[in-house]
Write a protein that binds this ligand. Structure first.
Ligand code: XCC
Length: 635
């Protein structure tokens, strides 16, 4: 029996075309990979030294220890925390780039950038306890950048990172401090994970997992600073109406897809594209330049500027199969190396931009913040050149796109609520949670995976949770799924929300001037913007005088795939949030590690992993958790 590959209607249109053209996609490669390695799936394959590879026999017949003597518990724990370190490294490096850019702006070295949201910069400074009285904007930016970069440099183990300290509830910080898992320095914590997992180091699975939790919290710290400083530089999201799915690609425009994660490049490309529109028209594209987004770079420019989203992770190759993408500009993370080969089947220029992220066969345009405008001009000019080579007979743009109302940062959620109660904006939200109109809040995050029919688990779970009056937030490719499937619309709220949720969403949306309800799922941004959802939760918890593990709040990554998702899921657990995974985590080869993450964590942290591959059952389980939490609060 063949499994359905994707529930995205664009895939049904484009996969037969890919097949006809002899282009292999992620789904073809998934099929060719079957059966996948059972040892790897269980996490019991160890490749940490060259005496190996070793693997522990899960049935108990063969070897129970690797050559060095490590058992399944040690091997699984080491493997999973190395994934956390990789995820944390990705997000934090992204954060460091943004912090360095802020520093460069403060020093007047980066002509392509400016502080677009001064109020946000001031708010960030206040949050970090930086005195701004009598200081001008460059001075404040310099102080904020300095305090942020300390989180990569501080050598005092007892002094937690500035950002995490400024972000969480007091009770949560105390609880994490007591477990010695508060990070003091992002780089150091990641390095420690790599060091302790070398051959012949930490063999205690509990100690290893605690080290992993610290790494995950370093990931959280990196995300918070990446989100907030990006807002100061590029603007804080506010609700905007846009569109999603491959139908946003235009047949009569020079189409540039921005793909990856870091907004430093895409922001400048968007700006320069506006200036070079006329050149595109002269080259024969009547609609000028059309920027579309893919993955989280797409989410970043979508929530800030309403740039339409063409694809989430699994359909990035299909964007190229439309034959109408003239340039795909990539920065970091989640870029399939196959894109350069597929681009070469068409006229598409696939352009890498980061020195540490190149792809064979792609064109590399080195991107540095100092010369961002020049690089962006080169990229846009390359796209216009490529457009001239486009073969209109090979253009197949699926006629699918959905409206999406996006851009719900903390500030815009609070602003919407303030239209109901200007004095105390959180009060209407809290009241409606307390009286049960909203049963709870679910944060959907994470990727697509070929282990799941694309987008299907997101959509199934969201519809069920909505019917049961759960307020939903989304980021990353989860947000992409909802946008593509029309769940970020007012119509979706009217169609799928339970009666009481619908009434609340309508009251808020109407008073906020949306002429109807809020969209069913609120798009908070990219993967690093999961920190926005935490901020909302912390504000609610503080107001109620409780900690995060008491709130009727759950998280879900129904189609998780990336090491970054492992890091995010783990900090979510560490913050006290029951966290669902809809794909099998590669830890089940160790009963001890599995128990730690799914049960012991509950006592230690209040949060825990809940694994359920069936999205219907997963939604039921999350509803149960929400009710259990409500009971705990006596509401
Ligand atoms: Fe999407 Fe962020 Fe996952 Fe990558 S990791 S597949 S959510 S683009 Ni964040």
């Amino acid at each position: 029996m063949t499994m359905k590959l994707s529930t995205d209607p664009s895939a049904a249109t484009l996969l037969p075309i890919a097949k006809k053209e002899g282009i292999s996609t992620v789904w073809d490669r998934h099929r060719a990979m079957q059966p996948q390695c059972g040892f790897g799936q269980l996490g019991v394959c160890c490749r940490i030294c060259w005496k190996g590879p070793c693997r522990v026999d899960p049935f108990g017949d063969g070897p129970q220890r690797g050559i060095c003597g490590a058992d399944a518990d040690t091997i699984v724990a080491r493997n999973v925390i190395r994934m956390i370190a990789a995820g944390a490294a990705g997000h934090s490096e992204h954060g460091r780039h943004v912090a360095l850019a802020l520093q460069g702006v403060a020093e007047g070295r980066l002509p392509a950038y400016q502080i677009r949201d001064e109020a946000k910069l001031r708010a960030v400074a206040a949050k970090l306890d930086i005195c701004t009285e009598g200081q001008d904007i460059p001075a404040i930016a310099a102080a904020v950048a300095k305090a942020t970069l300390e989180d990569f440099q501080n050598q005092d183990h007892d002094a937690p990172c500035n950002w995490i300290e400024a972000t969480l509830t007091k009770k949560r910080l105390e609880r994490l401090q007591a477990l010695h898992v508060l990070p003091h320095n992002i780089d150091a914590v990641i390095t420690q994970i790599m060091g302790r997992t070398l051959v012949g180091c930490d063999a205690d699975p509990v100690n290893l997992i605690l080290g992993g939790i610290k790494g995950a919290l370093a990931d959280f710290n990196g995300m918070c600073l990446a989100t907030e400083l990006s807002d100061a530089l590029f603007g804080t999201p506010s609700p905007v109406i846009t569109a999603a799915n491959l139908g946003v690609i235009k047949p009569d425009a020079v189409n540039i897809a921005v793909h990856g994660h870091n907004p430093l490049l895409s922001e400048v490309v968007c700006e320069v594209a506006g200036q070079m529109d006329e050149e595109a028209r002269k080259a024969g594209a009547p609609a000028g330049i059309n920027i579309v987004g893919i993955c989280c770079t797409g989410n970043e420019v979508m929530v800030r500027h309403g740039i339409p989203l063409a694809a989430n992770y699994l359909s990035q190759e299909l964007a190229l199969v439309t034959g109408a993408v003239d340039a795909m500009v990539v920065d970091v993370q989640c870029i399939m190396p196959s894109v350069s080969e597929i681009g070469a089947c068409f006229h598409t220029a696939v352009i890498t931009t980061m020195a540490e992220n190149k792809i064979p066969g792609a064109t590399h345009v080195d991107f540095k913040e100092e010369t961002a405008l020049e690089s962006a001009r080169r990229i846009v000019a390359t796209a216009i050149e490529a457009y001239k080579r486009r073969d209109p007979r090979r253009v197949n743009i699926p006629d699918f796109k959905q409206t999406a109302i996006v851009g719900f940062g903390v500030e815009s959620v609070v602003a919407a609520l303030a239209t109901l109660n200007a004095e105390d904006p959180l009060q209407p939200l809290i009241e409606n949670i307390a009286n049960g109109n909203i049963r709870g809040i679910a944060l959907f995050a994470g990727c697509n995976s070929t282990q799941v029919a694309q987008d299907s688990s997101f959509v199934t779970m969201a519809k069920k949770l909505a019917a049961n009056n759960v307020l939903m937030l989304a980021t990353g490719c989860g947000a992409g799924s909802f946008a593509k499937h029309g769940l970020m619309t007012q119509e979706a709220t009217l169609e799928y929300a339970g009666d009481s949720l619908k009434a609340v969403m309508t009251a808020i949306g109407t008073s906020a001037g949306l002429n109807g309800p809020l969209p069913l799922v609120l798009h908070m941004g990219s993967c690093v913007d999961n920190s926005r959802a935490v901020q909302v939760a912390v504000a609610v918890a503080d107001k109620l005088g409780v900690d995060l593990d008491q709130l009727p709040l759950v998280a879900s990554a129904p189609e998780a795939m990336s090491e970054k998702a492992v890091a995010i899921g783990t900090w979510s657990v560490a913050l006290g949030i029951p966290t669902h995974l809809g794909t099998m985590p590669q830890v089940t080869g160790s009963a001890k590690v599995t128990e730690l993450l799914t049960q012991t964590a509950k006592d230690l942290l209040g949060g825990y992993f809940l694994v359920e591959l069936d999205p219907n059952l997963a939604a039921d389980k999350l509803l149960e958790v929400i009710e259990e939490r409500r009971k705990g609060l006596g509401i």
